[in-house]
Design a protein around this ligand. Structure first.
Ligand code: AMP
Ligand code: ZN
Length: 137
């Protein structure tokens, strides 16, 4: 299904031009217009899924296989030292475009891109409580 008012549906299906690094019948990989680092790309399914939780299992499997292949190619081609795969779900998690996408972010030594978090703190009690809540679902 494609959504009339979704910009990533339009880009993924070629209705809006983009710099495309890869395309097949299910996906398009484009360069992000506001890159965190040189070569920051987005893997977009051509069908509309709001987020990870709407993806069919078959599509979810393909996402990781494509991401692995394309991120590896990008890393070699751009001479990156590492690669972050980032995928945001929901506004609280930083999602701003509500069409599933996976960020492929090449990392360069000392690039200072603000992607990683500062480690927080927890307690054994809190960890047990989290485990109990997840187990009970
Ligand atoms: P997220 O915050 O995970 O929803 O990521 C949305 C990403 O889409 C951001 O990194 C934006 O820079 C990028 N973006 C938004 N509009 C476009 C566009 N028209 N073409 C390419 N990238 C875009
Ligand atoms: Zn869409």
């Amino acid at each position: 299904m494609r959504e009339e008012n979704c910009i990533f549906c339009k880009i993924a299906n070629g209705g809006i031009p983009s710099v495309t690094l890869y395309e097949d019948e299910d996906f398009r990989v484009i360069l992000d217009l506001g890159p965190a680092t040189r070569g920051h790309a987005l893997l977009l399914p051509k069908e509309h899924y709001k987020d990870l939780f709407e993806l069919e299992d078959e599509v979810a499997q393909k996402v990781l296989v494509r991401a692995k292949r394309i991120a590896g190619r990008m890393k070699d081609a751009l001479g990156a030292d590492g690669m972050n795969l980032v995928q945001n779900n929901g506004e609280a998690a930083g999602q701003t475009v509500f069409h599933f996408h996976m960020h492929l972010i090449p990392r360069y030594k000392d690039d200072r891109a603000g992607i990683l978090w500062k480690p927080g703190e927890t307690t054994p009690e809190e960890m047990e409580e989290i485990k109990r809540l997840v187990d009970s679902q």
